[in-house]
Design a binder for this molecule. Structure first.
Ligand code: PLP
Length: 390
């Protein structure tokens, strides 16, 4: 496991992320409670649980009502399997042929999109004398993974004929659930249609299998339209982050799990006319007190925040001056009272009554919260509040 011993920031932490596992648990329970009772919960924990730390996050979710875990690849699946046997794990991305044997060795469920994959996994199952669980993915308009919906029944029948495969689920993925309800509805119809035609080929599927489509943004249209589906596949929302500022799911009041912090390195006065940082992209228009922070893009503050982002010090917003550099970022603290080396700075989170949420932070960088969470670097220790003692 990574360097996670400390649960509270120490004065010597230069830049750290705080992960509130109790909030994660409350979020998961809240999302579950908002769904129809029969709906199963697929916890998406790819990319190190969205940068929160796979072991800690997944261990907590095992106690909070997750039914199945989804990861991107077999490396992540192997890390998750270390937490214990038995938990169902679905690999969302295609496996490389050289990885196929791990389906048996680690007891994983694979995503299937092509007849070639069916043949490969059947061969591996035969070699190990085991039945490999697969989820058939249906492309209803994402244009990425999955069998094109018109061809789904044939592939479904091929899976059902394979003696060493066990169909465990059917799923699809929405392309624009947060901003194109009409296209999302079309994808739902395509999926339902494909399901019905699959059942025409192989018999009833819906009760026995995981049937899943909705991710965080898709939840906005539950429950009416998705009544035939019996599982949801949630990533971002369980970490307390809405998929879009206008998110539909505002009645589910999740809390942020992740916050991002640094400290002031030095404070100094600079005269009007001085230019700040590489490229001299900011010139001081007046005598200014600046603080040089102990974090930069080497920690995950996007360079796009140069002359654009803000940070919280002493509960107040301070603008970033000039370019963000690898190890330091310079901010204007002229408006504050006395601040000094070692003072805490909030990059994402709350301080006093002020807040910078990850949505605002992402928009400064012209990106999305998912990418920001994946960009907090290894240099940044994750400090866990209320861990389970693993
Ligand atoms: C990442 C991912 C999800 C989770 O999406 P969120 O928007 O984070 O809830 C669901 N399904 C698939 C296939 C994914 O890759």
């Amino acid at each position: 496991m990574s360097a996670t011993a400390a649960t509270t920031p120490h004065h010597s932490h230069r830049c750290w992320a705080q992960i509130d596992l109790a909030a994660l648990e409350r979020n998961l329970r809240l999302i579950r409670a908002s769904l129809p009772a029969h709906m199963r919960y697929v916890a998406v924990v790819k990319a190190d649980a969205y940068g929160h730390g796979l072991h800690h996050a997944a261990a907590r979710m095992m106690h909070s009502g997750a039914d199945l875990f989804a990861v991107a690849n077999v490396t992540e699946a192997a890390q998750l399997r270390e937490l214990g046997p038995g938990w169902p794990i679905l690999v969302l991305s295609p496996l490389l042929p050289a990885e196929d044997h791990l389906l048996c060795e680690l007891d994983l469920a694979a995503t299937v999109s092509t007849p070639e994959e069916v043949a490969r996994f059947e061969a591996v199952g035969q070699r190990f004398g085991r039945r490999i669980k697969v989820h058939l993915k249906i492309d209803t308009g994402m244009g990425r993974l999955g069998v094109w919906h018109a061809q789904a029944p044939a592939l479904c029948a091929q899976i059902q004929r394979a003696p060493h495969l066990a169909l465990a689920g059917l799923y699809t993925h929405f392309a624009s659930p947060d901003d194109d309800p009409a296209f999302t509805a079309e994808q739902r119809r395509n999926f339902l249609d494909a399901l019905t035609r699959c059942e025409g080929q192989v018999g009833p599927l819906r009760d026995a299998l995981f049937i899943h489509a909705d991710n965080s943004a898709g939840l906005g249209t539950l429950p009416e339209e998705s009544r035939p589906f019996n599982a949801v596949r949630i990533g971002l929302l369980q970490f307390g982050i809405l998929p879009a500022p206008h998110a539909l799911l505002t009645q589910v009041r999740t809390e942020p799990v992740f916050s991002f912090h640094t400290r002031i390195g030095i404070v100094k006065h600079l005269p009007a006319g001085t230019t700040i940082s590489y490229g001299r992209s900011h010139r001081l228009t007046r005598d200014t007190r600046v603080a040089v922070l102990c974090a930069g893009y080497g920690d995950g503050i996007p360079r796009a925040l140069s002359n654009r982002g803000q940070v919280l010090i002493d509960g107040q917003r301070c603008p970033i001056l000039g370019r963000v550099t690898m190890d330091q970022t310079i901010v204007d603290v002229s408006a504050l009272g006395e601040v000094r080396s070692g003072d805490e700075v909030v990059l994402i989170g709350t301080q006093g009554g002020a807040q910078i949420d990850i949505g605002e932070f992402s928009r400064w960088a012209d990106t999305i919260p998912w990418e920001i969470l994946c960009s907090i670097t290894k240099r940044v220790p994750r400090l866990y509040q209320s861990p389970l003692g693993i």
